[in-house]
Design a protein around this ligand. Structure first.
Ligand SMILES: [Zn+2]
Length: 440
């Protein structure tokens, strides 16, 4: 199940030696860039210090503010004329940030990284691929297309949307694999049924690589049950800053444990760090994914803080698939910006959402977390929910049910207030679920 066994089966020490050689070369390249020299000078360093054994561990991290300060082509290490194509981050606030890709970055780096991921989940030359991610400035669509081409998959680049056409072509053209958002694939299954198409019988899909959102194992298993026998949906993870959807992919073994390999560690060095101390976390612990691109020519990053949190596997190395040195991590559990640590317990809004949404009688879109801060530290949290207008029981019973589930899910007692439907705030765009109250 390895496209590049000579690399993918290396043990951890061999991979680290390879990374060290590439870090030294990266330092040389960045040393030629005034912007990168300035950036490293903030930590009293020169990019060439990346050649030292502890160079990376002391290098400054890179954040959105660093990039915004260098508008319009932040940290671009080649002349704009050498950039074949720009991609951009989605930019929910402010202007999108541009990342350049040379021809080599596109065809010999991203294409190879993604082809390796597709091969890992069981895609093979001759497969027929429905590419369902978006195009334009977003890297999702074009990068998967490049990976399919590199591997020898026949690509049908419809992108997202045109659901009625897609559900029909999935049947008539017998597409066998797809790169797609899990929510859109679930939508296609519904649309197919409405048009008298039974995905289980009428489609030929056998593999999907799903990313864009992190979904629970329960969601994935339900999806798999609605598609042809043998179909499997594998999680994937990446970011534009890292150069694509190239960071994590599940192999068949880690898939069963709801985990992914950091599968391109020869070209993409990943650190999992405590978001406060920036020290590496150990097996079984939660940390933030921080990435360094080792081979990227245009717009490389060194210690880019993704803000995405994951749990490192209890046993991160020597997977049964033969990948010995490419560690395994859990699925993305939240953003470090949203993480709360209450009396030593990590709490994510996504966990509270799971409980509220999973309790019958609650209004799914209306809930809040109130945090009581004492001297800058969360002392307690209270969750507010709404009771559906037609709920048969008492509101206090609904509050108790949610409180019991929260207690077992989080290992923390959380008071729950239940309000009448329509009383809590509604949000049109991004919800502000966590509201902070400072005391003392
Ligand atoms: Zn594996």
């Amino acid at each position: 199940m390895m496209l590049h066994p000579e690399i993918e089966s290396l043990d951890r020490d061999a991979l680290k030696a390879l990374q060290a050689r590439k870090l030294a070369a990266l330092g040389e390249r960045l040393g030629a860039s005034p912007e990168w020299r300035d950036h490293f000078a903030k930590a009293g360093m020169h990019p060439r210090d990346l050649a030292a054994a502890d160079g990376l561990a002391h290098a400054p991290t890179l954040e959105k503010a660093d990039l915004r300060a260098r508008y319009p082509f932040p940290m671009l290490t080649v002349d704009v004329s050498r950039v074949a194509r720009f991609f951009a981050t989605s930019g929910t606030t402010g202007l999108p940030v541009l990342f350049g890709f040379t021809r080599r970055d596109l065809h010999e780096l991203v294409a190879v990284q993604v082809a390796r991921q597709l091969y890992c989940i069981g895609v093979r030359p001759g497969d027929r691929g429905y590419q369902g991610y978006g195009y334009g400035l977003w890297i999702g669509g074009p990068s998967h297309e490049l990976g399919m081409e590199k591997l020898g998959v026949t690509c049908f680049p419809v992108g997202p949307g045109r659901s009625e056409l897609v559900v029909q072509w999935l049947r008539d053209q017998a597409w066998t694999m797809t790169t797609i958002s899990p929510l859109f694939l679930a939508h296609l299954v519904r649309v197919a049924r409405e048009h008298g198409i039974d995905p289980r019988k009428d489609w030929a899909l056998r593999r999907a690589i799903i990313g864009g959102q992190s979904v629970s194992r329960a969601f994935r298993e339900q999806l798999e049950a609605e598609l042809p026998a043998g179909f499997r949906a594998f999680n994937t993870y990446g970011t534009t800053e890292a150069g694509g959807p190239n960071v994590g992919t599940a192999c068949p073994y880690s898939h069963d444990r709801d985990e992914m390999h950091l599968i391109n560690e020869d070209t993409l060095l990943t650190e999992i760090l405590d978001p406060k101390t920036l020290q590496p976390v150990g097996p079984g612990e939660v940390g933030e994914i921080v990435v360094t691109t080792l081979d990227k020519e245009a717009s490389p990053v060194v210690r880019w803080r993704t803000r995405d949190l994951v749990r490192v596997s209890a046993r991160p190395y020597d997977c049964e698939c033969g990948r010995r040195g490419m560690p395994t991590i859990g699925r993305i559990i939240g953003r470090s910006d949203d993480m709360l640590k209450v009396r030593g317990v990590l709490v994510f809004p996504s966990q509270i959402e799971d409980v509220v949404a999973g309790t019958p009688g609650t209004v799914k879109e209306a809930w809040q977390i109130y945090v009581d801060m004492v001297e800058g530290t969360p002392e307690s949290v209270t969750v507010a929910i709404e009771c559906e207008a037609g709920y048969a029981g008492k509101p206090s019973e609904l509050a108790d049910a949610v409180a019991r589930s929260l207690s077992s899910r989080l290992g923390l007692k959380v008071p729950v207030e239940c309000h009448r439907q329509g009383t809590l705030p509604r949000y049109e765009a991004k919800a502000r679920r966590v509201l902070v109250k400072e005391r003392g």
